[in-house]
Design a binder for this molecule. Sequence first.
Ligand code: BES
Ligand code: MN
Ligand code: MN
Length: 466
Amino acid sequence: MLHDMLDVIDFIHTNRDRYVSELKEYLAIPSISALPEHEPDVRRCAEWTAGEMRRIGLENVRLTDTPGNPIVYGDWLNAPGAPTILFYGHYDVQPVDPVELWESPPFEATIRDGEMYARGAADDKGQVFMHLKAIEAHLAKAGRLPVNIKLIVEGEEEVGSVNLDNFVRDRRSALGADVVVISDSAMFDRGVPSICYSLRGLVYFQIDLRGTSSDLHSGVFGGAVANPALVLAQILAQMKDRGGRVKIPGFYDAVRPLSDEERAAWKKLPFNEKKYRKDLGAPRLFGESGYTTLERVWGRPSFDVNGLISGFTGDGAKTVIPAVASAKVSMRLVPDQDPDTIARLFEDYVRRIAPKTVTVTVTRMHGGHPWITEYDNPYVQAAARAIEQGFGKTPVFCREGGSIPVVWTFQKELGVPAVLFGVGLPDENAHAPNERLDLGNFHSGIVASAILYGEIAGVPSAQPHR
Ligand code: BES
Ligand code: MN
Ligand code: MN
């Protein structure tokens, strides 16, 4: 290991407590991108991110305004001849509801049993911060980085990254790099670090049904008109068969079958299905027949109802036929399904199965393409070495069921390989109450990130980017 690197790691160990108190400050900003009333907080969080980037010594730090939330950019390009990393992360977070289920307030980061509890702790502020601290350590101890780095930290990931694609497309040459680095996913399990080589995509819809112009007395009119809540249930019930297969015609046409090698590799992972079921509190697991749980969430598409609204939902009973019923539904996609194609198949199917007794409106919301990469490249090998040094374990290779829409865009627009190395844990409640981040993993992640830059520096750069 380089002499400089030992100093850098030493610096990281010495500053452990400071990192924790600084991260608390970052987590105190309620940067919820889904809720318009938090727009000022979202901007404040972008500014906080930019301020921290400047403070640690990054250059050309700026906010770019978009029709939505600002994108934060910063770089350090003073390592001529060395490879260039394009780092991506997001400073926006998910809403906190149901807030009464949080054991400590979501924006007052609290440490219990070595875990930092707060919204955004794992997804993704804690993991963005980990890289900022790794960069800081290099600049503070060595006065330089072993690589060039360009950072994009956006504020709309949790709402589908709608403005980021244009940002990337408009700056294709300015964002040129040798490798994309992202920490916005989980490790396979506690003590089992991993590198992720595939993400699912997403299409999201709202379905609105109207039966009559007003709610009706269910005694006076019951039996004379269709009930939109029931029609909605009937439509939704036709989305999956009893074997867990999605019934939308053509839905599976583009699905890339899992290879025998891949299925065999996943069978070797330390996955405990019984514990998985128990931790979820599910009486039984359910999914597409013929596939294991890991195959279902990593390698197969799915259909889900995210929310349902109709009629009387208060305490007690009210005899009413609701005028309207709505559902939010989404489909997770795998390679090589195309979101636009799937969206069209879904709309056609809903229109075909909906009865004439109601009017149906189908509105498409955000989404993203699935992503998969060949992972036998020198950057992934560099990451594997860095993780091994930071965590004391060689990483396993995983797919993930979640989505990060811009990863596909980077691949398509920049043609650059991506390394996804996340330090969250699958049970750290991302998007749920009591989200948390293991501080041991946070700290090891800073060390691993600092080493990663050194390891990437040793990979011959394909082309100059400046
Ligand atoms: N960090 C997650 C995605 C993720 C989760 C990747 C777990 C790998 C493992 C990200 O912040 C996220 O939640 N993405 C959304 C994207 C959507 C809003 C387009 C998702 O997956 O629902
Ligand atoms: Mn995330
Ligand atoms: Mn998320």
